[in-house]
Design a binder for this molecule. Structure first.
Ligand SMILES: Nc1nc2c(ncn2[C@@H]2O[C@H](COP(=O)(O)OP(=O)(O)O)[C@@H](O)[C@H]2O)c(=O)[nH]1
Ligand SMILES: [Mg+2]
Length: 563
């Protein structure tokens, strides 16, 4: 007989996907547990669902279609022999002199998809066998059975801590195989059976190698074993007598496994129905009042323009318009040093040692720095109003408690927003001392014009003194020729006019450039504020909306679709 037979069996319809549905229910409980409260998930419902999950257990989440029966016991008791008998093939090596079963072997009847379960049970791939369901008498009712030949317990004693718990956790039925020589072995009882006292419904004891005993000896042995088990608190444990060699009692053992399989199926059907019922009770948390169940399955998110709209409100709250005005004025005031007509400029200097303009410029930059310095009360209040408006107008209708939690998420970072906006404004502001290159060029031109004016004036004065009043002798003719005076007068006049005209034109150009610069600055600040809105408002809300989305997906999985 080949060790592996092809198995293609349809899983029972009412049980299919129970593992998936239990996993989904567990995730729903996780999501709900952090959203309780007056309008939140009902504590009672969460407790009911958790209770059901506990009843179903970790094992059922891995596979609902399989019943795990483990053969456990001491070396040489006949586990591997019984395993082979039940499987109808020599799958597991039978020990002749030394124990050989160091790793678990498994035989699966019928139902496919036991892979993850066997992985979890720790059965190596090469020790996994399959039995087609149609084989032999009564085989169909063994569909879904996973029979485990456990490692000899004395060979795993080294790491036996927690082994008992593991065995109980992973088995739907634990069959302890004892032999007539060692059935009363104190170590086996103390280490394995006594701790199982609370779990007698999942334990059976098999007295193997009955062929070595007479009928009378069997009776004595069974009575003795019964007494031992009773004294250990294992009253309900079933005791079977078998012989792997002669085949006696094997059918009874097989019947017991079939019973375990059908009991398991019944339990699974019950739990399956309960999962459906409990999951359906979560519906109010998935679908908003007055909303179609189908609507509730749509993707929910904030409108695309939410961040941009918030950015407008943030800009207003941070006084971005005032920032633009201040920057424009600061640029114009600074530029005057270079492009202004020096004559006016010198006059101003002469009037006061600490020109008003410088004071105003300093105050403007103080103001700009102040705006970007961080939170102020008025700002926070305006931001809160903007957030409330987004929460009220942009959050789509949601079932409770999601309408509250999503709104809370919108406001969750409100306290961080003013500082973040201030930092963004600070980062966007240009350098205070920025001086355009063309300002310097104009400054040079203005200097030349001033030079022309001054030289012209000086020349005129010289002509006046030397040419008109005749003071000094031997002065070059150039400084005495009075006919030059009108020409020089004209030069001075032209230089003065040109300086004034250049100052006027440049001031207009500076104003236009400042206008352009503040426009770009406003745009940049607006973009930076949209990023703040995205990061501190929209993103937290979307995270919460994604959780709702996840909850709805799990709910569909747990109920097998709405309705
Ligand atoms: N006479 C007799 N020998 C058995 C029986 N079951 C197993 N054996 C023998 O006991 C030895 C150990 O069996 P094995 O199945 O390897 O035990 P395991 O260590 O529990 O897996 C082998 O030599 C088997 O042939 C039985 O019912 N009767
Ligand atoms: Mg063995």
């Amino acid at each position: 007989m080949t060790a592996t037979l092809a198995t293609r069996v349809e899983p029972a319809a009412e049980r299919s996907g129970l593992s998936t549905r239990l996993t989904a229910l567990a995730r729903m409980v996780q999501i709900g547990a952090v959203r309780t409260g007056p309008d939140g998930f009902s504590e009672q419902l969460l407790a009911d669902a958790s209770g059901l999950l506990t009843r179903a257990g970790e094992r059922l989440m891995l596979s609902a279609d399989h019943t795990v029966v483990a053969l456990a016991g001491g070396t040489g008791s006949g586990k591997s022999s019984l395993f082979n008998q039940l499987a109808g093939a020599d799958f597991s090596t039978v020990g002749v002199t030394r124990p050989v079963t160091r790793e678990a072997h498994a035989c699966v009847w019928g139902v496919s998809g036991a892979g993850s379960l066997l992985e979890w049970l720790g059965v190596p791939r090469r020790y996994r066998y399959a039995r087609a369901s149609a084989l032999g008498r009564g085989e169909r009712s063994m569909n879904g059975l996973v029979l485990l030949d456990m490692p000899d317990h004395d060979s795993v004693v080294g790491h036996a801590t927690g082994l008992v718990d593991r065995l109980v956790g992973l088995s739907d039925l634990l069959v302890w195989v004892l032999d007539p020589q060692k059935y009363a072995d104190a170590a086996v009882h103390r280490r394995f059976l006594v701790p199982l006292a609370g779990h007698s419904e999942v334990i059976a004891v098999v007295l193997n190698q009955a062929d070595l005993l007479t009928a009378g000896q069997i009776d004595d042995c069974v009575q003795d074993l019964r007494r031992l088990l009773d004294s250990e608190g294992l009253h309900d444990v079933q005791v079977l007598v078998t012989s792997a060699t002669s085949g006696a009692g094997i059918e009874e053992l097989r019947m017991m496994l079939i019973e375990a399989v059908s009991a398991r199926r019944a339990a699974v059907t019950r739990i399956s129905a309960d999962v459906g019922k409990v999951a359906a009770r979560f519906e109010p948390y998935a679908v908003a009042d007055g909303q179609d169940a189908a609507d509730g399955s749509g993707t929910v998110s904030l409108p695309v323009g939410a961040a941009a709209e918030l950015a407008v409100a943030f800009a207003r709250a941070s006084g971005v318009a005032a920032i633009a005005d201040a920057l424009r004025s600061a640029r114009e005031l600074r530029a005057v040093d270079f492009i202004g007509w020096p004559v006016g400029w010198i006059a101003e200097r002469l009037r006061s040692r600490n020109p008003v303009r410088k004071v105003r410029l300093g105050r403007l930059w103080d103001e700009l720095r102040g705006l970007s310095a961080g939170p102020s009360g008025a700002q926070q209040a305006e931001i809160d109003i903007a957030l409330t408006r987004v929460a009220d107008e942009q959050v789509p209708p949601l079932p409770r408690p999601w309408s509250r939690t999503v709104r809370a998420a919108v406001r969750s970072r409100a306290g961080d927003i003013p500082a973040a906006l201030g930092a963004e404004i600070g980062a966007a502001l240009p350098k205070e001392s920025a001086v355009m290159r063309w300002w310097r060029a104009i400054g040079v031109l203005q200097g030349l014009l001033l030079g022309c004016t001054l030289i012209g004036l000086a020349w005129l004065v010289t002509l006046l003194v030397c040419g008109v009043f005749g003071v000094g002798s031997g002065v070059p003719r150039l400084f005495t020729n009075v006919w030059l005076m009108p020409w020089l007068g004209a030069v001075v006049l032209v230089a003065l006019t040109a300086g004034w005209q250049v100052a006027r034109t440049s001031t207009n150009a500076v104003r236009a450039a400042a206008e352009n610069e503040t426009g770009l600055l406003t745009d940049e600040i607006q973009q930076r504020m949209a990023a703040v809105a995205q990061q501190l408002v929209v993103a937290p809300a979307e995270v919460e909306l994604a959780e709702l989305e996840r909850f709805r997906t799990e709910m569909r999985a747990a109920t097998g679709g709405y309705g």
